[in-house]
Design a protein around this ligand. Structure first.
Ligand code: ZN
Length: 363
């Protein structure tokens, strides 16, 4: 049984806002049967036989356009709430981020477990002045850390992906930064475990005549972009991963750089059998690994263990998502901070805020 250490929350000021469930064709639980209502999705961009082709769903119809003509993409603006063709990159190789440790960062926010709740994420970021009403970056040199699990469950996944894609470019221009750390659900989609996708995406998949995994393959723009993302980074004395660092993981002695590289090169696109057969990869990929571990919030976890883990990592705080609470939670004087605030339900959500050398915020 996971308990909440409410007293610890006194020192961490966080924002809680109650927002109504976003309205739309599809419920956040995916239980309605309104798929015969008109819906939009996309765009998705694919590299096919030497061509770059955008495909999307507009009023239930599959549309397509090539990107080589030099003309603007013929995409109706109503198709996506967040896609902006001005931010499409022309270099499709998406080199992985070289840097995985950032110092001297004066302010950052962290959020996780978004699961397709685009409207909720947007409102949270607007309330904290990370983005403006138009969804553009206004957080200056601050860092936004998305601690995994953007995909699956909800029905506005594509909107969030394009929003992050735009924000990371807008942030870079003013020496800010967006970090999109991969969670277990991103890894599941990349590896073809599609149990949790919203049924809207099954329709999209059928319309595009490809599996949802293939929509994010190495032959797709978003697929390549996702594969460039890390599993763990650090900012100042705080280290982030979707689920955390178990003692067993730490025995592997990997740096964040090695960890991120290993996921990219040996897990994303390798057959699951061969991943599981390798003892090191098995730890990374399973319950003791950084995208699945839940030990920090188990009853037998102790502050001494947290201290020892942090000592080995050379950090003061670990920020994780993956284990759901009703808000941001903190343990052992911020040694462990959980930022999975159950945004997936689309009703409420919280961000972790860091500014003026402390975790802070506005209640
Ligand atoms: Zn997770």
């Amino acid at each position: 049984m996971i308990t909440k250490h409410k007293s610890m929350r006194m020192n961490i000021r966080i924002l809680l806002i109650g927002l109504g469930v976003m309205s739309g064709i599809f419920s956040s639980c995916g239980q309605t049967s309104e798929m015969d209502s008109l819906y939009n999705d996309g765009p998705y961009i694919f590299f096919e036989n030497g061509h770059t082709v955008a495909r999307w769903i507009e009023d239930n119809q599959v549309k397509a356009d090539t990107l080589e003509t030099g003309e603007p993409l013929k995409l109706n603006a109503t198709v996506s709430a967040s896609f902006d063709p001005a931010f499409l990159k022309t270099d499709y190789s998406f080199q992985p981020e070289r840097q995985d440790a950032f110092t001297g960062v004066s302010h950052f926010v962290a959020v996780s477990y978004i699961h397709g709740q685009y409207g909720m994420l947007k409102k949270l970021l607007q309330v904290h002045r990370v983005i403006d009403e138009g969804g553009n970056w206004i957080y200056g040199t601050g860092h936004l850390v998305i601690v995994g699990d953007v995909v699956d469950r909800g029905d506005e996944v594509t909107e969030i992906l394009w929003m992050i894609h735009k924000l990371e470019q807008q942030a870079e221009k003013v020496k800010g930064k967006v970090h999109y750390l991969l969670g277990n659900h991103e890894i599941m989609v990349l590896k073809g475990d599609l149990r949790y996708i919203h049924k809207k995406y099954r329709y999209t998949s059928a319309g595009l005549k490809m599996s949802y995994q293939d929509i994010f393959s190495v032959n797709s723009y978003l697929g390549r972009w996702l594969r460039s993302k890390p599993v763990a980074i650090s900012i100042n004395k705080t280290i982030f991963a979707h689920a955390g660092f178990s003692e067993q993981y730490l025995q592997l002695g990997l740096t964040n750089k090695e960890l991120n590289k290993t996921f990219r090169e040996q897990i994303f696109d390798e057959p699951e059998d061969s991943v599981l057969a390798n003892p090191m990869l098995n730890i990374l990929y399973n319950d003791l690994g950084p995208v699945w571990y839940r030990g920090y919030f188990a009853e037998d976890f102790t502050e001494d263990r947290a201290r020892a883990i942090l000592q080995k990592l050379g950090k003061k705080n670990i920020v994780v998502g993956h284990t759901s609470f009703s808000g941001v939670v903190t343990r052992y004087r911020h040694k462990i901070i959980g930022v999975d605030s159950s945004i997936k339900f689309g009703k409420t959500g919280e961000l972790l805020l860091y500014e003026k050398s402390a975790f802070t915020g506005v209640c």
